[in-house]
Design a binder for this molecule. Structure first.
Ligand SMILES: C[S@@+](CC[C@H](N)C(=O)[O-])C[C@H]1O[C@@H](n2cnc3c(N)ncnc32)[C@H](O)[C@@H]1O
Length: 240
């Protein structure tokens, strides 16, 4: 998969692209990620890319032509163009899974007051990472890129991403590592029992319990299996 990011701050991505799993995925050719300087696509003097909004108002707006040129320079027939924006649909794991199946994505990072609305004629999606306003689209672009890259084949153990929170609707069960006991805080006995069947059941119950308690909004959307209904009943009758 190829991800092209259009931004006025490509250097923002330097450490992101050179650290941890993203770095390894690039080195192993599982993903190709490039941050492009929007100013390189400006035909104006000094490569200016912003101007005042028509109709008046505060702040500067990013101009349409550099984005038009950048998109047309990078795009192919399979490309999906995504504009990062606080007005977009909320990016979540379902979107990450959807875009991990694509071969080429272009991410448009706005800044200042955002981008001239004519760019909307050339996008396939407008995504927001949350209901708050950030200074620019660079952090949202990193969030999108990270969430999608870790789902690409071979980037992390498939089994590991399959068991991640939200991947199948549920939050992940609590996990523990050594030491077994510290200052009176112990790892649950069952995880040290070696009984795989009981451990699996405990994890499933914990996953359901966590989702019910921490994210009732997600829980209410899950179509429960018969086994899960029994677990919910058990949790409800044993909860304080
Ligand atoms: C200050 S914001 C512009 C906000 C715009 N004036 C508005 O009210 O919708 C500048 C840029 O940051 C990015 N941005 C800000 N918040 C975001 C969010 N929650 N999700 C995705 N991108 C965001 C977008 O690329 C946006 O164009």
């Amino acid at each position: 998969m190829k991800i092209d990011i259009i931004t006025i701050f490509p250097e923002f991505f330097d450490s992101f692209l050179n650290t941890s799993i993203i770095k390894r995925a690039i080195e192993e050719n599982q993903v190709d990620i490039k941050a492009h300087q929007l100013r390189d696509f400006s035909k104006r003097k000094h490569h200016y890319i912003d101007d005042t909004p028509y109709g008046g108002g505060v702040g500067m707006l990013m101009q349409f032509p550099p984005f038009y040129e950048a998109i047309h320079h990078l795009k192919n027939e399979h490309t999906k163009v995504i504009m990062l924006s606080p007005q977009g649909k909320l990016f979540n794991q379902e979107y990450a899974k959807k875009y991990a199946k694509e071969t080429h994505v272009i991410l448009l990072c706005g800044h200042y007051e955002g981008i001239d609305a004519r760019v909307e004629n050339f996008i396939d999606d407008e995504l927001s990472i949350g209901d708050y306003v950030l200074t620019g689209g660079e952090i949202p672009a990193m969030i999108f890129t990270d969430a999608v890259t870790r789902l690409l084949p071979g980037v992390i153990h498939e089994e590991s991403s399959e068991l991640d929170s939200l991947q199948n609707g549920w939050l992940k069960y609590p996990q523990y590592t050594k030491p077994e006991s510290y200052k009176g805080y112990d790892v649950p006995d069952i995880l040290r029992s070696g009984h795989h069947g009981n451990i699996e059941m405990w994890r499933k119950e914990q996953s359901v319990k966590r989702t019910m308690q921490k994210r009732p909004d997600l829980f209410s959307k899950i179509a429960l299996t018969e086994e899960e209904k029994k677990i919910v009943h058990k949790i409800k009758t044993t909860l304080p």
